[in-house]
Design a protein around this ligand. Structure first.
Ligand code: ADP
Ligand code: 5GP
Length: 194
């Protein structure tokens, strides 16, 4: 059986990664989403085991020591990590797996999965990014400020990615990622590998 594609999606906070990934999964049932672990507190409406596995710092550390994570990083003051077992299991049965993770984590994944597809999502402008972060109404003012302050540095990592997708309209951004998936499936190198 052919291995699935590992899709790694990064971008500044508030750019629309979560929105795009949700739409992608709704439209493409062969795509599965890797639920990360985090020490961040749940936002209103977030459900443990669905949005994230919400762990205490102690629980996160224990999982880390057991070698449970494919990658992990400290992002905006909290810890986040990708459970390794899910990714391995799903790729092996031919499913395409999405990781929605930060730029440090993405580069760690590249070491383990050099054939992954690395996609950076961009905002149409800095002003629009701020509008989205504020408009989401999920974070305190200081949290929003910290996330906005990071985006210029985050943008500098874009050369490590294979594709840049501007999220002007969700529908268009999703279509571009679907086109990337189709093109990647047709790669001769991938065909020879599987
Ligand atoms: P991220 O996961 O990258 O932090 P979200 O998916 O939570 O970002 O999106 C942040 C906010 O921006 C949400 O309120 C979402 O509804 C909105 N949003 C996402 N994509 C677009 C878009 N293309 N145009 C306008 N608003 C958007
Ligand atoms: P949020 O707190 O808004 O849900 O996520 C904050 C940041 O953490 C985002 O950039 C998101 O992509 C990143 N993130 C979420 N899960 C993981 C993960 O498992 N590993 C890494 N490295 N980053 C993650």
């Amino acid at each position: 059986m052919a291995q699935g594609l590992l899709l790694v999606i990064s971008g500044p906070s508030g750019v629309g990664k979560g929105t795009i990934c949700k739409a992608l999964r709704e439209r493409n049932h062969e795509i599965v989403y890797s639920i990360s672990a985090t020490t961040r507190l749940p936002r209103p409406g977030e459900v443990d085991g669905v949005s994230y596995y919400f762990l205490s710092p102690q629980e996160f550390l224990e999982a880390l020591e057991k070698g449970d994570f494919l990658e992990w990083a400290q992002v905006y003051g909290n810890y986040y990590g990708t459970p390794a077992w899910f990714v391995e299991e799903q790729l092996a049965v031919g499913r395409n797996v999405i990781l929605e993770i930060d730029m440090q984590g993405a580069m760690k994944v590249k070491q383990t999965y050099p054939h992954g597809v690395f996609i950076f999502v961009l905002p149409p402008s800095q002003e629009e990014l701020a509008r989205r972060l504020i408009g989401r109404c999920t974070d305190a003012k200081d949290v929003i400020a910290k996330r906005l302050a990071a985006w210029k540095e985050e943008m500098k990592t874009i050369d490590n990615y294979d594709y840049a997708v501007v999220n002007d309209e969700v529908e268009l951004a999703v279509k571009k990622i679907e086109a990337i998936i189709e093109a990647e499936r047709c790669r001769v190198a991938r065909r020879n590998r599987d």
